[in-house]
Design a protein around this ligand. Structure first.
Ligand code: URA
Length: 216
């Protein structure tokens, strides 16, 4: 299932416009914070789909019937661009567990690239709800590879993916591999360049959040 958070008028539309705007996006702190805010809203929306249980809570004046999350999700993200959204998800799922995976594009002489994974730190994920954040779903190849390697650690109960911008081909690719996943998008664009950049997109999310890197 795909949910485009910009389909309804909300503050997400405002933050998306700031992420995309070449004048505003040069403010790294605002760029990171806008990614974080979209992560926070996605966390709130996802929380409505999770399993809740009743709990009696003792207040200073009596007993209140409350609802609490039955279990905590695992929040996974792809380094380094995912860190802002991950922080937003963690602000709301403050007792969530955390997984980090390093992924990068290894470019060939002919301009093509393959996805390489390196660093991984992951809690037990068997039968857990996993929420993966990746600000840009371009081809979807890195996301599919990351989910494959997470699934080697255990079968996931429910998979949510959170992104700022997804490209339609990337969404199709991810859903072909994981048809039961729910993908929460800040917005959806149709075009992808030969170099794997989303158009109009926003540019390089990692560089905009943390500065340019010297590796190609
Ligand atoms: N990653 C980015 O940061 N931007 C894109 O447009 C595609 C992938």
């Amino acid at each position: 299932m795909i949910i485009n958070l910009s389909d309804q008028n909300s503050l997400v539309c405002n933050w998306m416009s700031e992420l995309r705007d070449r004048d505003i996006q040069s403010d790294q702190m605002r760029f990171r914070r806008n990614l974080e805010r979209i992560g926070e809203v996605a966390a709130y929306e996802i929380s409505k789909k999770l399993v809740w249980e009743n709990k009696e809570v003792e207040t200073p004046l009596g007993i209140a019937n409350c609802k609490v999350l039955q279990s905590q999700p695992v929040l996974a993200t792809i380094l380094r661009a995912g860190l802002g959204m991950h922080n937003g998800l963690l602000n709301y799922f403050d007792k969530g567990e955390n997984a980090f995976i390093g992924a990068y594009r290894k470019h060939q002489e002919n301009g093509s690239f393959e996805i390489k994974l390196d660093y991984m730190s992951c809690p037990a994920i068997k039968d857990k709800v996993v929420i993966i954040s990746d600000p840009m779903i371009a081809t979807g190849a890195s996301l599919v590879k990351v989910i494959q390697s997470l699934k080697q650690e255990g079968e996931i109960k429910e998979l949510h993916i959170v992104c700022a911008i997804a490209c339609t081909v990337g969404l199709e690719y991810v859903l072909r591999a994981y048809p039961k996943a729910t993908i929460w998008c800040g917005d959806i664009d149709d075009e992808l360049t030969a170099k794997g950049y989303i158009v109009p997109g926003l540019g390089d999310a990692g560089d905009l959040a943390f500065g340019q890197k010297i590796q190609s």
